[in-house]
Design a protein around this ligand. Structure first.
Ligand SMILES: NC(=O)c1ccc[n+]([C@@H]2O[C@H](COP(=O)([O-])OP(=O)(O)OC[C@H]3O[C@@H](n4cnc5c(N)ncnc54)[C@H](OP(=O)(O)O)[C@@H]3O)[C@@H](O)[C@H]2O)c1
Length: 347
């Protein structure tokens, strides 16, 4: 990659923003200039990038001048305000929020699944929901071989899925409980330490929470298959980082677990983790900080001849958000779907 690009991270001080910063550096993304944007609250902070401490600026119209790529991770309302302004100024926005995911004009991309969709962007590309990305990476290679009729998912979602403040809250609650004090909750509705509760996103009229409906609707859009029946129960668990999911798949015809294992062991973005002798399977602790979705415990569903069970863990800040966004940016560069700004090259 000979060209370099001016990149802005909107939400640079958050859990996803800091991971984006690390990934741009560690993956050697061709950055000519990096702008760190957040709210007035953290303007003036400095964050490290390639041996320098870069200043965090408050987001403004002017901040998007000459920017090629915006990696947005500052929540839906912030993206709704600033993404149109950034695209107006010529940037491509890769958005981590849910603001544009179901918009028909906006591709919803997991590079291991539907990289071709990125080519149709009109300035905004959406990064799917974290839980959805992890499931899509693990399930797509099987769906390609034998179409899936139905998915039943149960999730075990870490505190960090709700951002940096939620991680800190669980740590504070844990210390409080261990000291015999009453834990308090501000980010989550209830104490999460030594506890769990159904996902805290708003409930819909059908009794599903929004997180569950994201898994349903976004998976169908990514797979370009509106016929897959999907149901999910999403639960917050007192894990600091990395989500886990128990997935039940129903195919048209039986799927031999060994064949599934063989396919997944060669699939991009997947790492098979299974030692049946030791009862050793994916764990959030081991998924933390890793790029791959760890998959294991693949077995025949004894209640259905065409059913398969699997278990997965993935770092949702990384593959569920920041890494997926950077992979999309890499795809845009590789496929020449961005215009480099000559004045900024090596600037
Ligand atoms: N955490 C995950 O696992 C995950 C996974 C997938 C997608 N996402 C999505 O990614 C986004 C960020 O999540 P996060 O977990 O990183 O949250 P976070 O840790 O709470 O960080 C939020 C970031 O957004 C900035 N921000 C908030 N309001 C702003 C405003 N009005 N103007 C400018 N900047 C503003 C914050 O800046 P200040 O420091 O100035 O407050 C901070 O940098 C959300 O849309 C979330 O749904 C998160």
């Amino acid at each position: 990659m000979s060209n370099s690009y001016c990149v802005a991270i909107l939400g640079a001080t958050g859990a996803v923003g800091k991971e984006l910063l690390e990934l741009l550096e560690s993956r050697n993304f061709p950055v000519s200039k990096l702008k760190l944007l957040a709210s007035e609250r953290s303007a003036g902070q400095k964050l490290p990038f390639r041996g320098e401490n870069l200043l965090v600026e408050p987001v403004s119209d002017r901040a998007f001048e000459n920017v090629d790529i915006v990696l947005a991770s500052a929540g839906g309302s912030t993206s709704k305000t600033w993404a149109p302004i950034a695209t107006e100024k010529g940037a491509v926005v890769i958005d981590n929020s849910s603001a544009f995911r179901m918009n028909e004009e906006v591709p919803l991309v997991v590079p291991e699944v539907n990289p071709q969709a990125a080519a149709n962007h009109k300035g905004i590309i959406a990064n799917p929901n974290c839980t959805t990305i992890l499931m899509a990476v693990a399930v797509w290679p099987l769906h390609k071989i034998k179409p899936i009729k139905r998915i039943v998912a149960a999730t075990y979602q870490s505190a960090s899925g709700a951002g940096a403040k939620a991680m800190a809250e669980v740590q504070t609650q844990t210390s409080a409980i261990l000291e015999g004090k009453q834990p308090t909750a501000e980010v989550f509705p209830y104490p999460l330490a030594f506890n769990l509760f159904p996902h805290n996103s708003p409930l819909t009229d059908w009794g599903y929470c929004e997180e569950e409906m994201k898994m349903v609707n976004e998976t169908r859009k990514i797979f370009a298959d509106q016929n897959i029946r999907i149901t999910a129960t999403c639960v917050r668990v007192p894990v600091l980082r990395a989500h886990s999911e128990a997935i039940n798949l129903e195919f048209e015809t039986p799927f031999n677990p060994d064949e599934a294992r063989e396919i997944l062991s060669k699939s991009p973005g997947v790492k098979l983790v299974e030692d049946w002798q030791k009862n050793y399977f994916p764990m959030p602790f081991e998924a933390t900080g890793r790029d791959e979705v760890l998959v294991g415990r693949i077995r025949q569903d004894i209640s259905h001849p065409c059913g398969l069970e699997l278990w997965l863990c993935g770092d949702q800040i990384r593959k569920g958000a920041a890494l997926n966004a950077v992979q999309i940016a890499e795809l845009l560069v590789e496929k020449s779907l961005l215009k480099p700004t000559p004045s900024l090259v090596n600037g």
